[in-house]
Every structure is written in structure tokens, then in C-alpha cells.
Design a protein around this ligand. Structure first.
Ligand code: NAD
Length: 477
């Protein structure tokens, strides 16, 4: 499967007439693949295929759809090692994390296989004995799905598994930096017998592709995981045709460390979670608020734990923190740290590109104190290995500050007083909260934000509803 092009249309691999672009290994800056820029004609063929695929798939019984989803999950698990290696090569994350991501992607297919068997409605008794009302749940139609570069397996899987379970067809556009994993997913779907046209994968210029797909009357639903600005652009594009939309956008996750916490324990969880995937996680803790009584100790412990992290290529099993996913990303991280430093922030750990790497997008895991809202790191999503740590005297102030941005994806509370932790957790204006844990993303749990972090849930019993319309029939009986 190694040379497959990710332009996958109507069950066929298409070389593509557009200019190809390279996929770069962020650890070495060498080329790991090349994918086509889809032309308008190719995008129109993908749309026509999705239209046809929808007719076939929406008429396929739920139990049959479930068998296909289960087969996809099994095929992913059977070759998890190979898939994880490719993921690391195109995205950079440590191989252990890549294996975890592939396993998690398989879980979404398993979860949604079961959900496919449960797509049914209800009957409401009529106002008179001769009437009854039926509520049907029906697939919304062909879906255009857009995914970012930080989880090239998990994020396409979340969308595709839910859409296929509901009976929808999909045109997926993965991120330009990391399109190869999506190609593997399409190959697995083809291999287990998903009918042609039900899943199509296109690559190319994001603006041109999104305009063509979202603007098409074929597409009835758009699902984007990405940054807030791109979410807003997509929302504008959907307005004219009033399409259904799910938006899983960026965040700036607060962590409130409560009085009475053990500083070493609080720091260990925070550092481990913060620097996973080099901080390129939408729910990555990115603003730590620490009670004044333990602030100095927690900062010391965070600094110590951060300096111990091993930087290296993701393919090395000893690596804790790999390169950032792209040259664009490392430039943004460098700018953000320089901005904070120039405005008076103290660099407790890191603060520069990693030494000893002539190639690769390596940046040191960085901890900042003495930060304030004049610095972009407290306002814009860092999406990189930067952890600002702030002190608070009154937990009410910490909650107010945590809620002061326009985004609200995830938040965390750490502390031994569970009643207080619960109060703080309920005070955070976010879609997802972890109390004494940073593990939040599971197939069986609804994942999604509030405010400018978007709307809609991926996963959980709620996930399939994003791909279903409700139809109500009032019938004689
Ligand atoms: P991005 O917004 O740049 O790209 C996301 C997708 O949109 C990609 O497919 C990209 O090609 C496409 N895109 C980019 N520019 C576009 C445009 N002008 N018009 C239409 N489509 C466009 O995001 P990224 O930098 O790849 O990923 C990081 C962002 O994704 C972060 O903000 C992160 O928080 C967010 N994210 C959110 C979640 C979540 O579940 N809420 C999960 C992962 C990542």
C-alpha cells in the first residue's frame, strides 16, 4: 500500500491532473510522500461519487453497515504497527503516541458499529385514537469533512465512523501536512468492501477544495476540526445553502491547581499532558492557574519535570517529545515565546529551538512565568510546547480568568478537595472537564466545545446525531 495516492474517488486511486505537493517528515525534513492537488473536475467527480455512494449506503441495513465498521476496526488493529510508523513519519509524534492514536481510531469504528444498529426513532400516541406520530432518524446526506494535522488517524476516524454508521457518504479532505494516513484509511475501507463512492479522499489547496465541496448542492453536512478562524470561514461558506455544520475548533485549556495539592504530583500530570504531541493537542493544558500557597513549589517541579523530557525523532522509542508538525508551526511557537520574553516573561525551562538539530522542527518544551494578557501566549491558542503558569490568591479569580477568552473547549482541575474541585469544574465555561485526570478523549464520551470552540459532539451516544436528520410523520392508524 506504500505508494497509494490519497486522491481516492469512487473506489479508485486517481493520480490527479493537478500539481502534486510533497509531504515532509518533520523530524528530518525529507520527503515521505507526494499527493496531488485535486482539480475542480476531480472534486466534482468526488461529489458525484458521494452522491451515488449515499444512495447505496443509506439503503444498506444498519446491521450490515455495522459489520463493515467492525471489519474496518479489525483491519486497523491488525496493522497498527505499520500505520503508526507512517503516522509518525508524516506528523512527527513519538511512536508510542502514534500507536495509541491508531488504537483509538479503531475504537471509534467499534463504537459506531454498535451505534449503527441503534438508529431508530419513536412512536408518539396521537391526540385522537386514529392518529399516531412517528419520529424517524435518517442520514443527513453526503458529508464534507475537513481534518487538521495533529491527529491524522483519530480525527478522520471520528468523523468517518459516525457518518458511515448513520448511513452517510463522505468526501474527506485531510490536512496538507498529513494526508498519507487518510489514504491508508481509505485503502482499508476499500479492502473490507465499503462500496465505491461511500468514502472519497481528496487533497489540495484548502481554500479551493472547501469552496468547491461546501458550495456544492450535493453536500448536506459539513464537519470541520480545525482552528477557530478556519471554522468561521467554513461557517460563512455554509450560510448560503443552510447546510448542517459541526465545528470542533481550537481552545486554550485552563488548569486550576487547588490548595492542598501535592506539587510533584500536580506537576507530573501537567507536564506529561502538556507536552504530548509537542503540545499540538486541541485540549492541551495551556494556562496553569496555581494556588499561591503552593505556586513556587509547583513551578519548581514543573521546571524539573520539563527539563527531563527527552527530545528526539518520534521513531525513537526513547523520545518523549518529537518535532512540531510543520515549519509553519515552529515559527509560530518561536514568535509566541519571543513575544512573551520581550514583554517580561521569565523562561523557567526551554525557550528556544532544540540544540543539536540542523534539520527537523524541534523546539524545547517551554515553561513561562510572569505572564500577562499583553502577551499573545495568554490570548491565542499556543498549539505547541509552551506552558504559561500563573498564580492566584482566590479561586474565584482563577475561574474568571480561565473563562475570559472567547474559546471554551477543555479545562482541568487538580486537587484533593473533591467538593471544591467539583465546584470549580462546574464553573469552567468549557465543553469538557477533567478532574484529577487529563485523559478525556474516548469513543464512548461526547467530545466538543462551547462558544468559539464550536458546536456539535464527536463520539458518545451524541456523536451519531450529528449525521442524522429527524423526520416527523403524523399518520393514521
Ligand atoms: P487549520 O484550521 O489550519 O486546518 C484544519 C483543516 O482546515 C485542514 O484540513 C485544512 O486544510 C483546512 N483549511 C485550512 N485553511 C482553510 C481555509 N482557509 N478554508 C478552508 N479550509 C481550510 O488547523 P491546523 O493548524 O491543521 O490544526 C490545528 C487546529 O485544530 C488548532 O486550532 C486545534 O485546536 C484544532 N483542533 C481542534 C480539535 C477539536 O476537537 N476541537 C481537535 C484537533 C485540533
Amino acid at each position: 500500500m506504500s505508494n497509494l495516492s490519497p486522491l481516492y474517488i469512487d473506489g479508485e486511486w486517481v493520480t490527479g491532473d493537478g500539481e502534486p505537493f510533497d509531504v515532509i517528515d518533520p523530524a528530518t525534513e525529507t520527503v515521505v510522500g507526494s499527493v496531488p492537488t485535486a482539480t475542480d473536475d476531480e472534486l466534482d467527480r468526488a461529489l458525484a461519487a458521494a452522491d451515488k455512494g449515499f444512495r447505496t449506503w443509506s439503503a444498506t441495513p444498519g446491521w450490515t453497515r455495522a459489520e463493515t465498521l467492525d471489519a474496518i476496526a479489525a483491519a486497523i488493529r491488525a496493522r497498527a504497527g505499520e500505520l503508526a510508523a507512517l503516522l509518525t513519519a508524516e506528523q512527527g509524534k513519538p511512536i508510542g503516541e502514534a500507536k495509541g492514536e491508531v488504537a483509538s481510531a479503531a475504537d471509534y469504528f467499534t463504537w459506531f458499529a454498535d451505534e449503527a444498529r441503534r438508529v431508530y426513532g419513536r412512536v408518539i400516541p396521537g391526540r385522537t385514537p386514529d392518529r399516531r406520530m412517528m419520529v424517524l432518524r435518517e442520514p443527513v446526506g453526503p458529508v464534507a469533512a475537513f481534518t487538521p494535522n495533529n491527529f491524522p488517524w483519530l480525527l478522520p476516524a471520528r468523523k468517518i465512523a459516525a457518518a458511515l454508521a448513520a448511513g452517510c457518504s463522505v468526501v474527506l479532505k485531510p490536512a496538507e501536512d498529513t494526508p498519507l494516513s487518510a489514504g491508508r484509511l481509505a485503502a482499508i475501507c476499500a479492502e473490507v468492501g465499503l462500496p465505491p463512492g461511500v468514502l472519497n479522499v481528496v487533497t489540495g489547496d484548502p481554500v479551493a477544495v472547501s469552496r468547491r465541496l461546501v458550495g456544492s448542492p450535493v453536500i448536506r453536512k459539513v464537519s470541520l476540526t480545525g482552528s477557530v478562524p478556519v471554522g468561521k470561514q467554513i461557517l460563512h461558506l455554509t450560510a448560503d445553502s443552510v447546510k448542517r455544520v459541526s465545528l470542533e475548533l481550537g481552545g486554550h485549556a485552563p488548569v486550576v491547581v487547588l490548595a492542598g495539592s501535592d506539587p510533584a504530583e500536580a506537576a507530573a500530570g501537567l507536564v506529561q499532558s502538556k507536552f504530548r504531541n509537542c503540545g499540538q493537542v486541541c485540549v492541551s493544558p495551556s494556562r496553569a492557574f496555581v494556588d499561591a500557597s503552593l505556586y513556587d513549589d509547583v513551578v519548581d517541579e514543573i521546571g524539573r519535570a520539563t527539563r527531563k523530557l527527552v527530545i528526539g525523532p518520534g521513531s525513537d522509542p526513547n523520545t518523549d517529545i518529537g518535532p512540531l508538525a510543520s515549519a509553519r508551526r515552529i515559527d509560530a511557537v518561536e514568535r509566541m515565546v519571543d513575544d512573551a520574553r520581550s514583554k517580561g516573561a521569565t523562561v523557567v525551562a526551554g525557550g528556544a529551538r532544540a540544540e543539536g538539530y540542523d534539520t527537523g522542527f524541534y523546539y524545547q518544551p517551554t515553561v513561562l512565568t510572569d505572564v500577562d494578557r499583553s502577551m499573545s501566549v495568554l490570548v491565542d491558542e499556543p498549539f505547541g510546547p509552551i506552558l504559561p503558569v500563573l498564580r492566584y490568591d482566590d479561586v474565584a479569580d482563577a475561574i474568571a480568568e480561565a473563562n475570559s477568552l472567547d474559546v471554551g473547549l477543555a479545562g482541568y482541575v487538580h486537587g484533593p478537595d473533591l467538593l471544591l474541585a467539583d465546584r470549580v469544574a462546574r464553573g469552567l465555561d468549557v465543553g469538557i472537564v477533567g478532574v484529577n485526570t487529563y485523559a478525556l478523549a474516548f469513543a464512548e464520551a461526547p467530545f466538543g466545545g462551547v462558544r468559539e470552540s464550536g458546536y456539535g459532539s464527536e463520539g458518545g451516544a451524541e456523536g451519531i446525531d450529528e449525521y442524522l436528520n429527524v423526520r416527523y410523520l403524523n399518520v393514521p392508524c
